[in-house]
Design a protein around this ligand. Structure first.
Ligand code: BGC
Length: 386
């Protein structure tokens, strides 16, 4: 072989190695995940905290907006059958309405204990704790000053594959009556297949109870003046938890078969909502925990809005999901698309452990001990059906 050909082969090999390395480096760092997070001023709370809005955008143009007050998702867009991305989560039009109460828990991170604790009391390792009683005799969503009212530290995650936010909040020992200093971390990731992935982590320095969830209300029509009764819902659950008058589970795990609670085959939310049924009366509609079949990260529910073609699938590793049909929406606030937030203009699918678990030994435990790590994951994935 001639010297020049040998030189050419060596040059080619060197270029190839350099090229391969470059490619490897590119897949290790993901500069685009940072470029796809915009930070802007959102508002100032009455305590003087300056609230920022973080906008995540994926390659399709889907956007999720999150604020560092309550970890609230203020906007989330999803495609319709014509490829149009529109906001599909309920929310206020004025920042101060999030800061001053947010009694609907619009878009918020919920903690320490999502859902209800009976009589706002529980016993852990022989000690009885009284937590904030903010819902009749019970405690709801971690108390009046739960995680939905807190200032969360938010950092974009540098080396993530997709735009990701890391939210942290440390809850002091005794906050809202709960024992132990609890350090909570939540990751919001917007993937390129139009999914919002939410990962929760928590650690404590004393035995405590934890049940974290996300309280976004969805209306897949993109028009918040319309009700969600025409949305078709499927929940992969053969059983649900009947409740008493104050929405505390009775302890029974009841088969859905033959009842208005049977969503094993997709049906419009409005189909049976006004049926003459004691449980529907107690909930003023659907406001119950279903027990999705199976365990581990699995698909537990699907919602389809026929007019727009929008589909939302919910995956979680949690044992329960609260399907709430917006029964307490009362038309007091203006929506982002005009009109008022009338009854049943949004629904929630809140993935979680069962309500009142600290008082119900037959339910999966919500106890967290020092040295243990609470971990849970939920995915809301959007697509279209034509
Ligand atoms: C509960 C409802 C409650 C609502 C507050 C839901 O998670 O199940 O009973 O009224 O949150 O917005």
């Amino acid at each position: 072989m001639k010297k020049t050909s040998i030189n050419l082969i060596i040059l080619f090999a060197v270029l190839c190695i350099f090229g391969c390395n470059k490619k490897e480096n590119q897949s290790k760092t993901h500069p685009t995940s940072m470029e796809n997070i915009q930070i802007s001023e959102y508002g100032v709370t009455s305590k003087g905290d300056s609230i920022k809005k973080f906008t995540l955008t994926n390659k399709n143009g889907m956007k999720v907006e999150v604020i560092n007050f309550g970890g609230i998702i203020t906007s989330l867009t999803a495609p319709d059958k014509n490829g149009k991305y529109e906001d599909v989560v309920l929310g206020f039009t004025r920042p101060e309405d999030y800061f001053n109460g947010n009694s609907y828990y619009f878009g918020a991170l919920i903690g320490r204990y999502g859902n209800r604790i009976a009589n706002a009391k529980f016993t852990l390792e022989d000690k009885t704790y009284e937590v904030d009683k903010n819902d009749g005799p019970n405690s709801l969503h971690g108390g009046k000053e739960g995680f939905h009212t807190k200032f969360w530290n938010i950092e974009p995650v540098k080396d993530a594959k997709f735009p990701t936010l890391k939210l942290t909040y440390t809850s002091a020992d005794g906050e809202e009556g709960f024992p132990g200093k609890l350090t909570t971390t939540v990751f919001y990731t917007l993937t390129d297949d139009d999914a919002l992935e939410i990962s929760y982590e928590a650690e404590t320095d004393k035995p405590t109870v934890v049940n974290l969830t996300q309280h976004s209300y969805f209306n897949l029509s993109g028009n918040f003046t319309k009700t969600i009764l025409d949305h078709e819902l499927q929940i992969n659950a053969d059983k649900f938890l009947p409740v008493n008058e104050t929405l505390i589970p009775t302890g029974e795990q009841k088969a859905v078969k033959g009842s208005p609670f049977d969503f094993t085959v997709s049906k419009p939310i409005g189909k049976d909502i006004n049926a003459d049924d004691d449980q529907l009366k107690k909930g003023k509609g659907y406001d119950h925990n279903w027990i999705p079949n199976g365990s581990g990260l699995r698909s537990i529910a699907k919602v389809y809005h026929p007019e727009s073609g929008r589909v939302m699938e919910v995956l979680t590793d949690e044992p329960g999901v609260q399907f709430y049909s917006g029964n307490f929406l009362d038309g007091k606030f203006e929506t982002k698309t005009g009109g008022k937030n009338e009854l049943r203009t949004g629904f929630c699918l809140e993935t979680q452990h069962f309500p009142d678990s600290p008082n119900q030994p037959s339910f999966p435990s919500t106890e967290l001990k020092p040295g243990q790590k609470y971990q849970s994951k939920t995915i809301y994935k959007f697509s279209v059906k034509k």
